[in-house]
Design a binder for this molecule. Sequence first.
Ligand SMILES: [Zn+2]
Length: 270
Amino acid sequence: MSVKWNIIAPVKKPADLEGVAPGKLPEKLLKPVKGGGKLHWRAADAWEAMVEAAKVDGIELKPVSAGDLYRSFESQLMVFRQRYQKEPIPDAQTRTFEGVKWYKKDPKLASLAAPGTSQHNSGLAVDVHTASGPRLEWMIENVRKFGFSWEVVPEEPWHLRYTEGDNPPAAVVEYVTKRDGQAPAQPATPAPQSNPNAKKEAAEMPFISIDTKGQAIRKAQRLLKKHGFDCRDDGDFGPKTQATVKAFQLSRGIEATGNVDLLTWEALLA
Ligand SMILES: [Zn+2]
């Protein structure tokens, strides 16, 4: 069967993969997939939604094996070493890894990306079992609805990767919402912009310490809260607020006096 298709979308990475080395994903970013193996949780949700939709159409989608979803760096390295060697082989397919050329030991072996360079190492790729015939036709028709696309067509019809990062398509949002009773999680909000007027504003604030009364107490308490510290905003500077101020000062490298002085105000207002 000759199939013509050309669905290759660029991969948008989920924000929580930022700064994570390929193949070294922490467990909290991975989610088990039915039938074994794991994917990045965004890809796992999209994959599950797609598998269920295919089932409704009488198509079974499953990975080739549990090793064909997320691959750790070590597992990719192990398979890579089985299939490639540094000693040159004439006419062999090559890969560059650790700055040198590696040669595929046997043309009959499936090619493999060098460790750390595969989307499998990001938990975003899955190899689909028997990607041909009606199954492939279904995939061509439907993968985009679930945020998947191919990487190499038509040579690797089995290799799909999830491309939509933190903005899953409507079909995935709908599926997850039904399953969990709530919409998919939003990505972690980026750190708020720092306040360029912190110094100026701090200069206008009074020095406050335990038993001080006044409006500024509530403001300090609200700012402590904003910075993630557990603090009531009752306008009462008691021992609890003092302890929180000390904790905040420690976290900012300011001497832990428990008094909100100019430097502490600056840090609070930043
Ligand atoms: Zn693959």
